[in-house]
Design a binder for this molecule. Sequence first.
Ligand SMILES: [Zn+2]
Length: 372
Amino acid sequence: MALISYMSRIQFDFGALRLLPGELALLGVKRPLLVTDPGVRSVGLVERALDGLDGARPSVFEETPSNPTEAAAEAALALYRGNACDGVVALGGGSAIDLSKAVGLLATHPGSLSDYGVRGGGSARIGEIAPVLAIPTTAGTGAEVGRAATLTLKSGRKIACVSLKLIPKAAICDPELTLSLPPMMTAATGMDALSHGIESYLSTSVNPPAAAIALDCVERAGRWIEYAVSHGDDREARWQMLMAALEGGLTFQKSLGAVHAAGHPLGALGYHHGTLNAILLPPVLRFNASAVPEKIARLKAVLGLAPSQDLADWIEHLTGRIGLPTRLSELGLDPALIPELAEEASHEHLSETNPRPATAADYRRILEAAFR
Ligand SMILES: [Zn+2]
C-alpha cells in the first residue's frame, strides 16, 4: 500500500524570514504565539523574527525545554489562551516545533495530550488544530514538515502524537538562521537528518517519491555535514544541510526503523536525539545489511563510497570526525538498563517498518554493540 501525501507550504531561501508577515496573513493569523527557547533568544533570532511584524507584538513563550514536555505545553497554552492567540509560530529546533504542535492541538481539542498518543489510537481523535507556522533554527529534525510531535508527559512517559493534522501549515526555512549554530549542534542535528534519509529509504513501506527524496537527503547530508561542522559560516554548507533536514522531514512519511525505535526510550532519559541516532546507525545497519543488500549498495553509491567500503564503518568514522560520541558508554548510560530499553524499543511503532524484523533480543544485541 502506498499512501503519498505532501501538504506543506514551504519558503526556502536565505532571508526567507522576512516573509513571515505575509505567510501569517495567508493563514489568517492575527495574534500569534511565538514559541521559542532561551538559546534562540540569546543569539538575537527572536528580535529578528519580531522586527518584521508590524502592529501588536506577538506573545512570546521562550521556556521550551531541550526535550519538550507536557508541562511546558500547558504553560504555553495558558499564555495562548490568556492573550486570545489564533495561531502558533515555532522558532527553534525540533523541541520548539513539537511543542507548538502540541499547543495547537490542545488549544482546539478537549482533554490532555495522553488522549492523543498514537499508541492509544489517539490519531483518529485529532481534527483540525490551530495553525502552526514553523521556522527551524537547526538543520536536522525535519519537524517543520513532519506529522509527529513527541513529548514527555508529567508521568515521565514519552508520548508520540501522529497525524497529518499536526503538519505545520507553513514552514519558513532560512539557512541564514543556522549560521550561528555551534559545531556540536550542527553535528548532532545533522546526523539526525542523515539518519532520517537512511532509515526512511531502508524502511519496508512502499513510497517511491519519498524514497527518491530520502536518497537526495542522504547525498546532501552525507557530503556536507563535515564541512558544515568545521565551517559554520559557510553559506553553501548551511543551505545544503537545511535542505537535507527538510528532505528528511518530507521523507518521514515512508516511515523509519530500528534506529529511531531504539533511540526513543533512550531519548526519554534525556540524551540528544541526533547524537543517539549517530551512535545507533552503525549497529542497526550491520543488523539490517543482509536484508537489504541492494538498498545498502544504492546508499553507498549516492554517498560516493567504493563498493568495497562498509557503510556502517563509514558512518562510525564520520561520527567520530565531527566530534560526536560513537558509544552509548560515552554518554554515561547505565548498561543495566539495556534489557529494559531493548524491550521498549521492540514495542515502538517505528520498529514495525524496520527492513529486518527486530525482537527485544535483537535490540539488546544492537544496544550492547552500541554501548561497547
Ligand atoms: Zn530523528
